[in-house]
Each structure stands twice: as structure tokens, then as C-alpha cells.
Design a protein around this ligand. Structure first.
Ligand code: CA
Length: 232
């Protein structure tokens, strides 16, 4: 029983490419491989893979540029393999459209779990329309009615709090950068997104978290942004 139809692996190192392909052999029915950025972009356009594994250190193009190109032509989750891992680079990658990143050397079970989490999210929310009612922990979030309930209790959110919660829950499991959340919540950029967000996320947590001092719904990714935990 495969998790999905097709996965594209873009990686120039033959041994890592083989290891990744083997690790995912029971995940996807078809696995295609590319060893350069150019080949990867071409394959993605032709094959329409359900998920793309992208190595950042490619011989012909900057990995982040490849990531941007892939995102401009596909909505498939992109899981990046990277030897580097500064917060700045994570932010750049996520803003370029990556969905998750795994730092080399990585453990195969951890990597496969990350890929499965992305496929689960894409299946759950890829087709989500405005009528969807989402369950996150003990909250019921009705996206079309803009209501949040815990049991019988309705929770009142301000428009900004609602926008922040909405973007996080509809992309649950994915780390969103401060800038991405800010843009979705305000529709424009001004000032310091990190500071503005921190204030509103604090208010939001007081309303929706059981214990706002140890959040279970809105998780902080230090230096990067926030993520809504997706339950297995
Ligand atoms: Ca490489």
C-alpha cells in the first residue's frame, strides 16, 4: 500500500540519491531521479510529482533558485536536504516555497517520517475548501463561519487573531515564517513582522491554548516562525 503515486528526487550525489530512493521505495509507486537543478525542473514540469525531495547543493544552480522555480510551477510539497542549517537559511528556504528541511547527515526513519507528514498534510488540506471544519486538539474551527469552539464554548477572536489562526491551521504541520504569516494576516508588510506577530500570538494563545505558557497548538520555531501541530 503506497502513500502516494510519484516522488521526484533532485540530488547530484549518487549514493545519497540511492539511499533516499530506497528509503521511499514503499512510499511512492514511481520514483524519478534528477542529478542537476535543470533536469529536476524539467522532470517536475513533465511528471507532476506529488512530492519533491531537493538537495540544496547542486552543481549547476543555486538550490534556493531551483526551489523557487519548482514552487512557481508546482504546489507539491518540497522537502529540502541541506548541509547548512542557520535560522536565516531556513527562513529563506521557507519563503522560497520549501515545506520542510532535513539537515545532512540525516537519519532515514526521521527523513521518511517528514516526507509522510508532508504527504498527509497535502492530502488533508490540499483539497480543503472554505466549508471545512477543522479539528485541532480540542478546538473545532469552522473556516467558512469563522467560528472557534471548545466544547460548547464559543471563543471570540479579533479579525487579526482569526487570520493568524486560519493560515496556521489550514497549513498545519508546516512551519510558516514570520513574513508568510504576517502577509496572510495583514495582506501587506510594514514594520517588524516578528514583533507584531509576537503580540498577537500571545493574545491568541491566551484564548485557545489550555496552558498558554506551554502551547500545544501554536508552536514557536525560534528565529523562523510558527507552526500549528498536526496530529498523527
Ligand atoms: Ca549535493
Amino acid at each position: 500500500m503506497y502513500h502516494t503515486d510519484s516522488i521526484l528526487i533532485i540530488e547530484d550525489d549518487f549514493h545519497i540519491r540511492r539511499a533516499v530512493a530506497n528509503a521511499l521505495s514503499e512510499t511512492a509507486r514511481t520514483i524519478t531521479e534528477a542529478s542537476t537543478g535543470r533536469e529536476g525542473i524539467e522532470r517536475a514540469a513533465v511528471d507532476h510529482p506529488d512530492l519533491i525531495v531537493l538537495d540544496l547543493g547542486l552543481p549547476d544552480q543555486e538550490g534556493i533558485d531551483v526551489c523557487r522555480r519548482l514552487r512557481s510551477q508546482s504546489s507539491a510539497p518540497i522537502v529540502v536536504l541541506s548541509a547548512r542549517h542557520s535560522d536565516d537559511e531556513k527562513v529563506q528556504l521557507l519563503n522560497a516555497g520549501a515545506d520542510d528541511y532535513v539537515t545532512k547527515p540525516f537519519s532515514i526513519p526521521e527523513f521518511v517520517a517528514r516526507v509522510h507528514a508532508q504527504l498527509r498534510r497535502a492530502n488533508l488540506y490540499g483539497a480543503a475548501d472554505e466549508t471545512t471544519v477543522l479539528r485541532v486538539h480540542d478546538l473545532m474551527i469552522d473556516v467558512s463561519r469563522r467560528t472557534v469552539m471548545r466544547g460548547e464554548d464559543s471563543i471570540h477572536l479579533t479579525p487579526v487573531e482569526w487570520n493568524i489562526l486560519r493560515v496556521l491551521v489550514t497549513q498545519a504541520g508546516r512551519t510558516l515564517t514570520h513574513r508568510q504569516i504576517f502577509h496572510a494576516a495583514w495582506g501587506r508588510s510594514f514594520g517588524n513582522p516578528q514583533q507584531h506577530l509576537r503580540v498577537h500570538v500571545t493574545h491568541l494563545r491566551r484564548k485557545i491554548e489550555r496552558d498558554p505558557t506551554s502551547p500545544e497548538i501554536i508552536i514557536t520555531e525560534p528565529g523562523v516562525g510558527y507552526r500549528c501541530e498536526l496530529l498523527p
